[in-house]
Design a protein around this ligand. Structure first.
Ligand code: HPA
Length: 245
């Protein structure tokens, strides 16, 4: 085993990684969208695949639920496998009337009830933000593919069921939180410590206000759109100076 949680050979993971909580979704992305995809690690059934999208080498990695699980994989991917671009494809809940099931949200920033970023930042408040280049490329690809995106603050909670009550939902609404999920604030915080780029894009899978959830078929369609968007975006080159999107 090469790291405690990933058994892949040293050079078998690309520097560009797509991450998702559910290993079954990771398998789906690799088998459906990548060419020559190979399973390179399956420790604890947290699947890791490497393959090619239009000749670009890319890996897809499961991260489980919540910041602690996600950050174990992020740290090992960066330290041992030299990963430097991470795009999380997740789901989130919405607390707003204008954000509906199946909408797609990029977390420009991520608030949190987790203590992780204080641990990493000598107890100061850390501004957990996405990498500008990765955001820019996602926005350019979305424009090309005709997909609508919401961009703004999301909230990463340690407690899945904590934000279901009215008082907290109202607070999230008032503070313009676009979606609630469980990993992004930690991902952005650790990315800054490790000096790598990261971004999260989430499909709205449930509406916390009206308790509606997306159907299985809506989830498949929504994720297919997000996967194609993300794969298209990683083909774009990184140039801050071309803002003509
Ligand atoms: N809360 C936290 N995480 C989530 C949710 C939610 O409502 N939906 C999808 N991930």
């Amino acid at each position: 085993m090469n790291t405690p949680h990933i058994s892949a050979e040293k050079n078998s993971i690309s520097n560009v990684v797509l991450m998702s909580g559910d290993p079954i979704r990771v398998k789906y992305i690799a088998e459906r969208y990548l060419e020559k995809s190979v399973l390179v690690s399956n420790v604890r059934s947290m699947l890791v695949y490497t393959g090619f999208y239009k000749n670009k080498k890319v890996s897809v990695v499961g991260h489980g639920i919540g910041i602690p699980s996600c950050l174990i994989y992020v740290q090992e991917l960066v330290d041992f496998y030299k990963v430097n671009k991470i795009i999380r494809l997740g789901t989130c809940g919405s607390v707003r009337n204008d954000i509906n099931l199946c909408d797609k949200i990029i977390g420009l920033g991520a608030c949190t009830d987790s203590n992780v970023n204080r641990l990493l930042f000598e107890n100061y408040d850390f501004s957990a933000i996405a990498d500008f280049n990765l955001v820019l490329n996602l926005v350019r690809s979305a424009k090309r593919l005709g997909l609508k995106l919401f961009l703004g603050n999301i909230f990463s909670t340690d407690l899945f069921y904590f934000y279901k009550d009215r008082k907290r939902i109202d607070l999230m609404k008032k503070r313009n939180i676009l979606g609630i999920e469980m990993e992004t604030a930690g991902l952005y915080g650790l990315s800054s410590v490790l000096g790598v780029r990261s971004v999260s894009i989430c499909l709205v899978s449930d509406h916390i206000l009206n308790k509606k959830k997306i159907s299985i078929s809506e989830r498949i369609v929504g994720f297919d759109e997000i996967i194609l968007l993300v794969l298209d975006s990683i083909l774009l080159n990184n140039k801050y100076n071309n803002l003509n999107f």
